[in-house]
Design a protein around this ligand. Structure first.
Ligand code: PLP
Length: 382
């Protein structure tokens, strides 16, 4: 038989998924490898989706999403993110993952280069290759709080560079781009005529500082911003997110969705309206819980003399494992086998990240504490 397309065959396996499968086979393991909130979504969101199904919202919707959902999202973007959005500049997508994939598939032509941060969420480079583009990594250094140095990024720009991706708050580092860096980013993109793909799926989960959307400073429609209901409202299984970009780009997104997914589930879209317009206490309580987890985990690492860059947002901690002399996959395997705790290997976040592991702290406090206790004991060679 003829070979399958290399576009898909060449996508590497996500290291996080590989660890999940190994941990599934091992039985009793503390699971800190995946970013899946342990909270259930608030009842009013579920009720809204259920009522929508009973009211007949069981059909296809427009490719870009239901008009009332886009209206509500545009208002949210104007209010919370200071992005001058209108329903025409919003597309409802199957999760934040497709908001990002849609950006790359819409922007990138064969041979175009895309600047991705390193460490970064592994799916971006899969999406860039699917689009026929080439990933060029720009480094985020721990000594700089994992923030980009745009002079360094400038040296990576070539005539083929099409776009730069930023992810704030960041998975895996937890860094939150301060306002001055966001302004620098927009200026850098303008000067080099690049698109900016801004992944803001963790926008609500900020412990220190503020979330600033690059699109608030975009004057010529070069920023595409990606959002999600997965993390803020614990709706990972509903597969709903959204993107905002220029009206022209949103039309391309809609065409892409017609060709691939048609549209997002109608009841999920109706539930999303309730999420945005309903009470927001849930979000605050969830963030407080993650902050307690972050504080407890960081204190445990510090007390053990293990240096970490404290995350200011999202729900992950990157831990340097150099002291063990192990590469990240070996460390992860031994952590599962010897200490019964699953974490994500650094190498999955970029080719120069083998000295890290990432732990996910979006679980109950005692569970996270026990996991961190085991990791600390492993790192200290106990
Ligand atoms: N972006 C980042 C940085 C993520 O960590 C994730 C999920 O873990 C996503 C996007 C996609 O999330 P979803 O597709 O569930 O909205």
């Amino acid at each position: 038989m003829k070979a399958l397309s290399p576009r898909v065959q060449d996508i590497p396996r996500s290291g996080i998924r590989a660890v999940m499968e190994l941990a599934d086979r091992m039985g009793e393991v503390i699971r800190l490898e995946v970013g899946e909130p342990h909270f259930q979504p608030p009842a009013h969101i579920i009720d809204a989706a259920e009522s929508a199904m009973r009211a007949g919202f069981n059909k296809y919707t427009p490719n870009a999403g239901l008009a009332d959902v886009r209206e509500v999202l545009a208002e949210k973007l104007r209010r919370d993110n200071r992005i001058p959005a209108t329903p025409d500049t919003v597309v409802v997508t199957p999760g934040g993952v497709f908001a990002c994939a849609g950006a790359f598939l819409t922007l990138v032509a064969s041979g175009d280069e895309v600047l991705l941060p390193e460490p970064n969420w592994p799916n971006y480079s899969f999406q860039v290759s699917l689009a026929g583009g080439k990933t060029v990594y720009y480094p985020l250094r721990q000594e700089n709080g994992f923030l980009p140095d745009f002079d360094e990024v400038q040296s990576l720009v070539t005539p083929q560079t099409k776009a730069i991706l930023v992810n704030s708050p960041s998975n895996p580092t937890g860094a939150v781009l301060p306002r001055d860096k966001v302004l620098e980013l927009v200026e850098f993109a303008r000067k080099n005529d690049l698109y900016v793909v801004s992944d803001e799926v963790y926008e609500k989960i900020v412990f220190e500082g503020e979330h600033v959307s690059p699109a608030a400073f975009d004057e010529d429609g070069r920023v595409i911003s990606c959002f999600s209901f997965s993390k803020a409202y614990a709706l990972t299984g509903w597969r709903i997110g959204f993107a905002t970009a220029s009206a022209g780009l949103c039309q391309s997104y809609a065409k892409l969705q017609e060709a691939t997914v048609s549209c997002v589930s109608a009841p999920a879209q109706k539930g999303a309206i309730a999420a945005i317009t309903g009470p927001q206490d849930f979000v605050g309580e969830m963030v407080d819980a993650y902050r307690r987890n972050r504080d407890a985990a960081c204190a445990m690492f510090r007390e053990a003399g293990i240096d970490i860059a404290e995350p200011h947002g999202a729900f992950y901690i990157v831990v340097d494992i150099s002291r063990t002399g192990l590469d990240s996959y070996s460390a992860v395997r031994r952590l599962i086998e010897e200490k019964r705790v699953a974490v994500a290997p650094g190498l999955t976040f970029g080719p120069h990240c083998d000295r890290y592991i990432r732990i996910s702290i979006c679980k109950e406090l005692d569970y996270v504490r026990e996991g961190v206790r085991r990791i600390v004991s492993f790192l200290l060679g106990e």
